[in-house]
Write a protein that binds this ligand. Structure first.
Ligand SMILES: *Cc1c(COP(=O)(O)O)cnc(C)c1O
Length: 386
């Protein structure tokens, strides 16, 4: 069996008559058939081949197959964005009247899907707090179908015990779906702990250079079949160009993420020693409340560090205004370090009580640590804290 890095670089599914070394870009909306019989067999799925790029395309297939290998998944499907992966997965698998049990700390738009749109189809969601895993089973109803979580969480960088979620899902016959975006397939493989499906926003560390959007869902083949049929009919497919970019990005995922994590740990250690900071959350710091669980399920700690500046919302805003090198941006997982202040931006609409319940205090700052020299990143944070 070859290693992660080798598979990422060497699994190429298509090569044309020109025998190119790097995978070509298949910018075509459709594919041609030899004759009427070829066309019939292709449409009836007796033959597995590309028909139309809304269904499959060689570039999207290569990207999906690489992610499947990395996650240990049977099958997958690639989407235009992380959110179209999330939406299509839920829309394909749920019926009106079904129920979801989800962690409370989830990506903002996923929360929006659960609260504003799925209720239109009479699909309700109950939430558990990261620190109250004992309550998960109390939330399960006869119509509960999906158990959903992210780990590490955004933006508070909490860790959920995937093995425990896997056991609960198995015992209660639920589908366990994990958004593995913050960890990447390099650091954590939820299928090993019992997940049925794993979702990624490829926009983040998978692209890693802030260029394209993309998403992917991988896991059990029978579930992916449903998701594929839904997507084939509704059209959220990843573009061949973005798939080509993302496939290339996967070749460097391991080296990039190793360096991201090394920088992030150094940034976290610097912040932990700073007098103006109350609290630092980074999965591989011994002070992290779920440090042992993080060590068990992750290879390294990831690139996101959360910390709390003394002085609340105003201190958080002032800190952002003094930042010079790092970017103030809504993205994460870029080569460029990005700093955000959730209480005044992404989570500003929440009531303070609800905000605190998901671990976002007024002074909480989230850093997506990039690949600049770590001394320059630390120097920028240091001067902004003065
Ligand atoms: C960004 C993100 C998404 C959504 O991905 P897009 O590509 O922006 O649609 C979903 N989940 C998590 C955890 C994310 O960080």
């Amino acid at each position: 069996m070859s290693h992660f890095e080798t598979d990422a670089i060497r699994s190429q599914t298509e090569r044309s008559q020109f025998l190119e070394h790097s995978t070509p870009l298949y910018l075509t909306s459709s594919f041609v058939f030899e004759d009427a019989e070829d066309m019939r067999a292709s449409f009836s799925e007796e033959k597995q081949r590309n028909i139309y790029s809304r269904f499959t395309n060689p570039n999207t297939t290569e990207f999906v197959e690489k992610i499947c290998k990395m996650e240990g998944a049977e099958a997958g499907y690639a989407f235009a964005t992380g959110m179209s992966a999330v939406f299509s997965t839920f829309a394909a698998l749920l019926n009106a009247g079904d129920h979801i049990v989800s962690a409370r700390s989830i990506f903002g738009s996923t929360h929006g899907l659960f609260t504003k749109f799925l209720p239109k189809w009479n699909i309700e969601t109950s939430y558990f707090n990261v620190n109250a895993m004992d309550s998960v089973e109390d939330l399960i109803q006869p119509n509960t179908k999906i158990l959903y979580a992210e780990s590490p969480t955004n933006p508070a960088v909490d860790i959920l015990d995937l093995e425990r979620l896997g056991q609960i899902a198995k015992k209660d016959n639920l589908l366990l779906i994990i958004d593995n975006c913050f960890a990447t397939p390099y650091l954590q493989n939820p299928i090993k702990f019992g997940a049925d499906l794993v979702i990624h926003s490829a926009t983040k560390l998978i692209d890693g250079q802030g260029r394209v959007l993309g998403g992917v869902t991988v896991g059990k083949a029978d579930l992916i079949r449903e998701i594929y049929l839904f997507s084939r009919n509704t059209g959220p497919a990843l573009s061949p160009f973005n798939a080509w970019v993302l496939s290339k990005s996967l070749e460097t995922l391991a080296v990039r993420v190793d360096k991201h994590c090394e920088n992030a740990l150094k940034v976290a250690e610097f912040l932990e020693s700073h007098l103006k900071i109350n609290l630092v959350k980074y999965p591989f710091l011994k002070s992290h409340p779920q440090y042992e669980i993080a060590k068990k399920q992750m290879k390294l700690g990831g690139n996101v560090v959360a910390f709390e500046i003394k002085g609340g919302v105003e201190a958080g805003r002032q800190f952002l205004n003094k930042i010079k090198l790092c970017s103030l941006s809504a993205n994460l997982g870029d080569t460029r370090t990005i700093v955000t202040h959730p209480a005044s931006t992404t989570h500003a609409k929440l009531l303070e009580k609800d905000r605190l319940e998901v671990g976002i205090s007024g002074g909480l700052v989230r850093i997506s640590v990039g690949l600049e020299h770590v001394q320059d990143i630390i120097a920028d944070l240091n001067q902004a804290l003065e």
